[in-house]
Every structure is written in C-alpha cells, then in structure tokens.
Design a protein around this ligand. Structure first.
Ligand SMILES: [Zn+2]
Length: 441
C-alpha cells in the first residue's frame, strides 16, 4: 500500500481545501506533532497550514523566536476539539459546529486568533439559546468576554424569567456570582420576589455543595454577598416573607425589621426616605408588556333590549393555560348609559382558594371603549395544566357583554382553554357573558 492509503488519484479534480484536508486526515508529509490534552494525544499536522491561517501559529513557527522542536504540547485543549479546529483551518473555513464542540472550538479559535471561527461559534450559540441553556451559555460568554452574546443571554433570561428560574435542571446554578448579581439586581427581572429569593438560595446551596461547606444560613449569606441585597424583599408578599425569610438567619434581625417597616408604613414608590431605612432596593421592577387572551369574538349591548344585568351576582369562567404564565389582570366589560358598576374581581385555584382579589372597584362608562383592564395587586403565578376560575361580582348599572365565545384561545406561546365554572350565578359561560379577556405575561 502506498503512502496515500490506497487512494491513488486523490489530487485529481479536487480543490485546494480538499487536498489539504486529505493530507491532514491521512497524516501525509506532516512536520509537527501537537500533543493534545492531559493525555498528550499525538496529532501530526503541517506548520505551513497552521501558520498560514493563524497569527499565533505563525509567530510560534516563523516568528522572532521560532519553535524548532518537532512537537508542541497543548494541555488545555482536547484532541477531538483540536481535530475539529484543524479541519476548519485546512478546509478553508468549514467544520461542523455542534452543541458539544462549540465551547471548545470558541476557546481554541480565540486562543489561536481565528476570528472567523470565533464569529461562527458566537452565531451558533446565539441561535441555540433557549430558556433551559441560557445561563450556561451566558457563563461561557462571560468567560470568553463575549459582551454581545452575554447581553443577548441577559435579554433571553428577562423574556423567559419564570422558565429560567424554575428550570428543573437548575441551569442557573452554572452562573458565577457576578452574573447572578447582574441578573437579580436588574429592573427587568420581573418575576415575583419570592421566586427570585428561592432561586438565589438554591444557587447558594449548590455553591456550598461544590465548595464542600455546610449548608447553613450563615454560609448562604456569606456566599450570596451582594446578591442578597439585590433581592427586593420589600416587594415580596408579606406572608411569604414571614414564612420563607423571617424564620431563618439569612437576614439579620435589623434587616428583617426594616423590611417589615416598609411593608407596613412606607410608600413603595422609591421615595428618598425609604432607601435610608434599608439596604434593599425599594424601586419596583419594570413591568414587561402583558398580552391579552380575548375569549369573545364580539361585544354587544348598549341598547334598551340588549344588555347584561349586574345584580351583585357572580359571573365566573374557568381556564387552563398550556404553560406557566403570570396572570396580570382581567379585561372586564364596561357599563353603558352613563352607568357605573361597583364590585370585586377574584381568582381561585382548583381547590377554591382565593389567590388574588381586587375589591371596591368602581367602573365608569368609558368614553369610547366597551372594556377596561383591571390588574391584580401582584401578578398571579398560573401553573400549566391546572384549572383556575376568575370571578367578577358587580352591582349597579348594565354592562356590555361578549358573544361568540371560544373554548380555546391561542396566545403568545400559550393556549388557553375555557370551560363553564360551577361558581357562576349570573349566566356567564364559555359562549357569552362577562370577563372579556385574561391579561398575562
Ligand atoms: Zn459569570
């Protein structure tokens, strides 16, 4: 067998890139051996090709103090990664970038100054980001000082904050303290504060584990450091704060007291007197835009014969969402004829526990609109595949009402299913009635 491993006409009709790659893959005429990874696996190749594509290799082989030995030891890059990298160099910029080699390739491309491959890896990562891997990618972007990619990860996290912080595989455990703090302190992280606290605690517990130290409140506080003060405890539900935070020692007595003082006495508008009282940020996070799932195709009423009577009876509808969402509020239908309606709006879970309410509402006839958005005091966490019931109980004037209702409504990445609620007493059902739309994030 000849040196070409039985392929006699490998140059004929082939491009420069193809013949280069053939010489590399068959180890023909090589003049340098790279020793890769911890095991120093041998990878024979050609100085000329390496130097022609990488400024670092050029300096190494042909610079002022050239490497004259027959081997180069590269302990920090694994053999398989270097093979993929060299394919890129030999093959005129073609190699298969995959989830399992992209980080190694990016590291190698940066180390050897191959900008085009760095760019390709960045684009690949950008396209691969989703809510279950975004923190891993963000941490790599941090490591490689890829600012743009890092910013994109941050945006992805804020758009999918619920999913990221409740990720079953705890992808956010992969974040370093700096990245974690940048996320938690940002106004755009708009999920309930108790969820942020749970995620931060879980993150710190994992760090305790990897550092082999006890998981106790003192250590968690130490590891959380500045992250702890980025959690906006004053905006946490007071009952949850009592249950989850006040019984432990993650916060000092003084800090807990200051949070309770804010719950009970201070306006939550970020006034100057508040920040003096506590170390915790007292500025509300920015609300992301909410979406509207409208369950009726038509709104009617406004005549002597066409109206909805509000007589302090309960109008109710049940719904289920295909993924976890935050229910921000409800769009209800307005009164007409210079009317005014008064009452309340509530949401219940499957066991009829009231999750949130707006009481003492007073709705005036809107000038041009037949409906009005009413937000709950805080967004309500809605778990996928559980049924919830929204009720309104109004008295006063007559309202518009919806017709041509739908059992299923497609929203932004979520499908809502509606069914009649056993709580109804005022005839609202899937087909017609009140509770025009759900407002959600
Ligand atoms: Zn980081």
């Amino acid at each position: 067998m000849d040196a070409t491993d039985g392929v006699i006409d490998w140059q004929i009709g082939r491009s420069l890139a193809e013949t280069n790659l053939h010489m590399f893959e068959k180890g023909l005429g090589t003049d340098i051996v790279l020793k890769m990874g911890e095991k120093a696996q041998q990878l024979p190749c050609h100085k000329f090709i390496l130097a022609s594509r990488s400024p670092v290799f050029y300096t190494m082989f042909y610079g002022g103090l050239p490497e004259t030995g027959s081997e180069v030891i590269i302990p920090d890059i694994e053999y398989d990664i270097m093979v993929d990298f060299l394919r890129y160099l030999y093959n005129g910029g073609k190699t298969e970038i995959m989830p399992n080699n992209v980080m190694g390739l990016m590291y190698t491309a940066k180390k050897y100054g191959v900008q085009t491959l760095t760019d390709e890896c960045r684009v690949f990562l950008q396209n691969e980001i989703n809510s279950s891997n975004v923190c891993t990618v963000m941490e790599q972007a941090h490591l490689f000082d890829e600012r743009k990619l890092w910013e994109n990860c941050l945006t992805t996290i804020f758009s999918n904050a619920f999913d990221v912080l409740r990720n079953e595989d705890h992808d956010f455990h992969n974040l370093c303290a700096d990245c974690m703090k940048k996320i938690v302190e940002n106004d755009r992280l708009n999920v309930p504060e108790d969820l942020i606290f749970i995620a931060c605690k879980s993150w710190a517990e994992e760090k305790c584990g990897s550092m082999n130290i006890d998981i106790n409140d003192a250590n968690l506080r130490e590891i959380l450091g500045g992250i702890l003060f980025a959690i906006r405890f004053p905006f946490m539900n007071e009952m949850l704060f009592t249950e989850m935070v006040s019984h432990g020692d993650i916060l000092t007595q003084e800090e807990k007291l200051s949070v309770y003082q804010q719950f009970n006495h201070s306006p939550r508008d970020g006034g100057p007197n508040i920040s003096e009282k506590t170390k915790f940020c007292s500025k509300p996070r920015v609300s992301a835009p909410s979406y509207r799932a409208e369950r009726f195709k038509e709104v009617v009423g406004g005549t002597l014969f066409d109206f909805w009577e509000n007589d302090n009876m309960i109008d109710a509808i049940s719904f289920k969402a295909s993924r976890d969402i935050s229910l921000v509020g409800i769009t209800i239908l307005s009164p007409f004829q210079n009317g005014i309606i008064r009452g309340s709006l509530s949401i219940y879970d499957e066991t009829n526990i009231c999750l949130a309410s707006r009481k003492h509402l007073e709705i005036l006839q809107a000038t041009n609109d037949k409906m009005v958005d009413i937000n709950f005091p805080k967004p309500v966490a809605i778990s996928e595949s559980c049924w919830y019931t929204v009720t309104q109980q109004m008295s006063g004037g007559r309202s518009y009402f919806g017709t041509d209702g739908q059992k299923e409504v497609k929203g932004e990445g979520v499908v809502f299913r509606f069914r009649n609620s056993p709580m109804y007493a005022n005839n609202t059902n899937v087909e017609s009635g009140q509770i025009y739309a759900l407002l959600y994030k």
